[in-house]
Design a protein around this ligand. Structure first.
Ligand code: PLP
Length: 420
């Protein structure tokens, strides 16, 4: 088949496709221990809640109305009004429904945003999205219509007690010149569970505003929903910020609902893109979320069910890992949010890509860390070993599977160290 340039690029076997493929394959393979993907946990209270809420919506006609009608290209307007009211009341942000647009999952919002801003410009120049702290979300890496649309920077590593560490943005290195179209960070970060401090966000905001470029904050795990964030930090938005949210980690990845909060110009641009690409974003997710806002359940469940569920799970996973792997070269990024642990095996004699293959052969799926360091070409003259020594595992499985998976990771890592 003769494909176009677009066809060639998007037909590649990308990291994200491999990850989603593994996830799907694992789901069908009995006994597989799925510590790889980003599927949220099936939290019993949330499942019960969705069961009951969709039952009510079926009875009162809301469900069929959402399924039987196209919304406008900006997304379900009653939801946009309810959500802008909620964010205004909760945070005092100066927004209305004109600042929110919906997409079919926040993944597609990133595709729209990156390509709206970066890549080949009308004057022929090439611009990039600056990721101030790599490792960063693998799902961004293949999203450019043009190649080479990211530039990312290595972090400072702060070593903490109890074999923990934390990444910080290394502001001395960041070069925000005219080739940068926007700055983008996930907060909390997938894959590391890092949460940028308020101070770091404030500095990035100043850098972005000074250059007249937007600051994109990926809030897929953040506040006020799903609220999988264990640090006390301040949610951030102003008219130069593009804040991307999602219903997925609330427990609704199947509804594919992404939410973009931005100034009116960006909102209009995304609305126009939606019309061309998908006519309208799906209406089912926004209908459930609107129901949850009106009943006061959205923030209540995020705070009292979702956050404690993930916090307990992450604490359990950390303690299992620390008990199972005593080597002092093993460290864990301080879990501050999101649904993953980021493990660092310093001086590991094999790459984590090789470790991934060995674990997969034993039925345990994790994601090798190498995937998360894209955009580093300008710094790649000296190979950074750290990028080959980390892996991402989710901690959403049940306790028995976590124990079994961690025991196998411990065995394989011990073997790899011993054979150095
Ligand atoms: N951003 C981050 C940091 C994620 O981890 C994910 C999914 O795992 C997404 C965005 C995309 O999520 P969705 O398209 O389901 O909204």
């Amino acid at each position: 088949m003769q494909y176009s340039k677009f066809g060639e690029k998007f037909n590649r076997y990308s990291g994200i496709n491999r990850l989603m493929g593994d996830l799907n394959e694992g789901l069908r393979k009995p006994g597989a221990i799925m510590l790889g993907g980003g599927n949220p946990a099936a939290i019993p209270e949330m499942l019960d809640y969705f069961h009951q809420a969709t039952g009510e919506m079926l009875n009162n006609g809301e469900l069929l109305s959402a399924l039987g009608n196209y919304d406008g290209p900006q997304g379900k307007d009653t939801f946009l009004t309810a959500l802008s009211g909620l964010l205004r009341d909760t945070y005092g942000w100066d927004i209305s429904e004109k600042n929110i647009s919906l997409t079919n999952g926040s993944q597609s919002a990133f595709f729209y945003l990156f390509n709206l801003l970066a890549g080949k410009q009308v004057d022929g120049r090439h611009k990039k999205i600056l990721l101030p702290l790599a490792p960063e979300y693998i799902g961004y890496s293949d999203a450019g219509l043009d190649d080479d649309i990211f530039v990312s920077y290595r972090p400072d590593i702060e070593l903490l007690d109890n074999r923990m560490f934390k990444y910080h943005v290394d502001f001395e290195q960041l070069k925000v010149d005219d080739s940068v179209a926007a700055i983008c960070v996930s907060r909390p970060t997938n894959p590391t569970g890092n949460v940028l401090t308020d101070d770091e966000v404030a500095k990035l905001d100043v850098l972005a505003r000074d250059k007249g470029i937007p600051l994109i904050i990926d809030n897929a795990y953040g506040t006020p929903f799903p609220n999988i964030i264990f640090e006390d930090v301040t949610p951030f938005w102003n008219s130069n910020t593009i804040l991307c949210m999602s219903l997925s980690k609330l427990g609704l990845p199947g509804v594919r609902c992404g939410i973009v909060i931005a100034n009116e110009e960006i909102t209009q641009a995304l609305t126009n893109l939606n019309g061309i690409i998908s006519l309208a974003p799906g209406g089912f997710g926004p209908a459930i979320a609107e129901h949850m806002i009106k009943s006061g359940d959205l923030l209540r469940l995020s705070e009292t069910v979702i956050k404690p569920f993930y916090r307990n799970k992450s604490e359990l996973a950390v303690s299992l890992l620390q008990q199972s792997i005593s080597d002092t070269r093993f460290k864990i990024h301080k879990p501050e949010g999101a649904i993953f642990l980021w493990l660092w095996f310093d001086e590991l004699p094999i790459t984590t890509m090789e470790l991934y293959s060995r674990l997969k052969a034993r039925g345990v799926l994790i994601v090798p860390g190498e995937y998360f360091f894209f955009g580093q070409e300008e710094q790649s003259q000296e190979k950074w070993q750290h990028a080959h020594q980390c892996l991402r595992m989710n901690y959403v499985q049940d306790e028995a599977k976590m124990r079994d998976g961690i025991a196998i990771i411990a065995e394989e890592v011990t073997k790899a160290y011993a054979n150095a």
